[in-house]
Ligand binder design. Structure first.
Ligand SMILES: [Zn+2]
Length: 261
């Protein structure tokens, strides 16, 4: 009954359900316009043995197959948003399942369910169940009301990984494409996980591109502050890349904070 979460970087996260491990949204290399803004915990060749890889959508900072090809086991199963399988196969990984919301896949005894998401390209989020624990992975979706259905269908969520940088595209009239820190906290109030870990916040496109193309509206600290009001029974944990957190039994449960005057 243990779940250990380790951020690799950005939205690339290692989830260990009692020894069965999944990797989300692989991103291991930088290129022009895509900088992590934080360390990379492991290169792909140093990852532990994986029961599977989940991919929410096809953006490079979530779907870096060229770098992930250094992972030695090319039989590792992928579960990806519908439409991405051909690219996975072209990168040399033959075992791939495409999903849309509420479709399911089994990865070494872990039950993976795709959930809704909305972004600038087609995307799914995921719920993963295994070893008596359930985790929600939010990719880099907007806060859409369809996500309330996750709480209705799954009841208990132990861990939620929520994007918080509120990314918006300047040349598209500042169109928002990722939920803000406060919207992520509000979603946590609906999902009511025991622990919420913010993801997707240190990334930068570089100084010039940030000024011309992108706008950010959210930090992990703002998420933790908003969570205290929006989801007082949920514990916020800001994790450095490579810093593992174990969510099990009551070990990470803490009483709600005292009301402030
Ligand atoms: Zn994206």
């Amino acid at each position: 009954m243990t779940l250990t979460v380790t951020r690799v970087t950005h939205a690339c996260v290692l989830l260990d359900f009692g020894g069965q491990r999944l990797l989300t949204d692989p991103w291991f290399s930088e290129r022009r316009g895509y900088y992590r803004g934080e360390p990379l915990a492991f290169p792909p060749g140093a990852l532990p043995e994986l029961a599977g890889v989940l991919v929410s959508h096809g953006h490079y900072d979530h779907f870096d197959l060229a770098a992930f090809a250094a992972y030695p086991d090319h039989a590792v199963p992928f579960v990806v948003k519908r439409g991405l399988a051909a690219q996975v196969r072209a990168a040399g990984f033959a075992n791939v399942t495409e999903v849309d919301p509420w479709e399911q896949a089994d990865l070494g005894g872990l039950q993976v369910t795709a959930a809704p998401a909305r972004h600038s390209v087609p995307e799914v989020s995921f719920v993963i169940e295994g070893d008596g624990q359930a985790a929600f992975f939010g990719g880099d979706t907007l806060r859409i009301t369809e996500l309330d259905e996750v709480a209705a269908r799954f009841g208990r969520i132990d861990l939620a990984l929520l994007p918080v940088n509120g990314l918006a595209i300047r040349p598209a009239f500042n169109r928002q494409v990722v939920m803000t820190a406060e919207e992520a906290a509000e979603l946590a109030g609906v999902l009511r996980p025991r622990v919420a870990v913010p993801i997707h916040y240190a990334y930068t496109a570089g100084r010039l591109r940030d000024r011309l193309l992108l706008r950010y509206d959210g930090t992990p600290e703002r998420f933790a502050a908003a969570l205290r009001a929006a989801a007082p029974t949920t514990q916020a944990r800001i994790l450095e890349p490579g810093e593992p957190l174990t969510v099990n039994g009551t070990a990470t449960r803490q009483p709600p904070p005292l009301p402030r005057r």
